[in-house]
Design a binder for this molecule. Structure first.
Ligand code: PGA
Length: 236
């Protein structure tokens, strides 16, 4: 199966920057992988159907409410993936597993692939609660959901996001296998699992040696066109 690489631009690129970015990468993006660009939502229309990469949204509404993005709206703009439950949303908007569950359902209802973020805080890691925390996150995010191959999980330890620190290769292997096994036992399906958190051109080759991984979610390093092209070229 093709690797899935999700580029999360967060709020880092403004109008001039995104135009420059598209111009720089449009002919250089590899087509042997599923590259999913998640721009700020106001720039989604710049991408719709024009390029070789897929478009993701950084968020979706759990309710059809003022200020939110509905699954129908996203779908109509060519969005085929959504990042759900990113730790920024949990931290600043108090998103809990119940809301994440509604967002997963909104994606599925509209044939959009949710990329569900799971991961532990540094305190939970130190208390050796990583496994329990992730199992609870998955159980609640997928309550009453038919989990199939069109769902992706991104393992993103909260302490690794934007910090410059990554877990050891052994640790990522262990958690990713645990996630895959637990989904297989609960839902009888093999799903794709990505790793995200402080990926750079310096650590990508080591991370890419992890056979259990189906791809990566890249934040900060994905917003610089030269950097992201070299990172993508280091993935086999
Ligand atoms: P980072 O962000 O690569 O900047 O650590 C990862 C993410 O967007 O979750």
């Amino acid at each position: 199966m093709k690797k899935t690489i999700v580029l999360n631009h967060k709020t880092d690129l403004d109008y001039e920057n995104i135009k420059y970015y598209i111009d720089q990468i449009k002919d250089k993006i590899r087509t042997d992988m599923d590259i999913v660009i998640c721009p700020s939502s106001i720039f989604i229309p710049f991408f719709n159907g024009r390029y070789n990469f897929k478009i993701g949204s950084q968020n979706i509404g759990g309710y059809h409410a003022t200020g939110e993005l509905s699954g129908e709206e996203l779908k109509s703009m060519g969005v085929s993936y959504v990042i759900v439950g990113h730790s920024d949303r949990k931290k600043y908007y108090n998103e809990d597993n119940r809301l994440i569950n509604l967002k997963v359902k909104e994606c599925i209802k509209n044939n959009i692939t949710p990329i569900v973020c799971v991961g532990e805080t540094i305190e939970e890691k130190e208390l050796k609660k990583t496994q329990d925390v992730i199992i609870k996150q998955m159980r609640e995010a997928f309550r009453d959901v038919k989990v199939d191959q069109d769902i992706i999980i991104a393992y993103e330890p909260i302490w690794a996001i934007g910090s410059g620190i990554t877990p050891s290769i052994t640790c990522i292997k262990e958690i990713v296998s645990m996630i895959k096994n637990s989904i297989y036992h609960a839902h009888n399906v093999n799903i794709r699992v990505l790793y995200g958190g402080s990926i750079t051109e310096k650590n990508i080759e080591k991370l890419n040696s992890i056979d259990e991984l189906d791809g990566f979610l890249i934040g900060k390093s994905s917003t610089n066109p030269d950097k992201i092209i070299s990172i993508l070229n280091l993935i086999d």
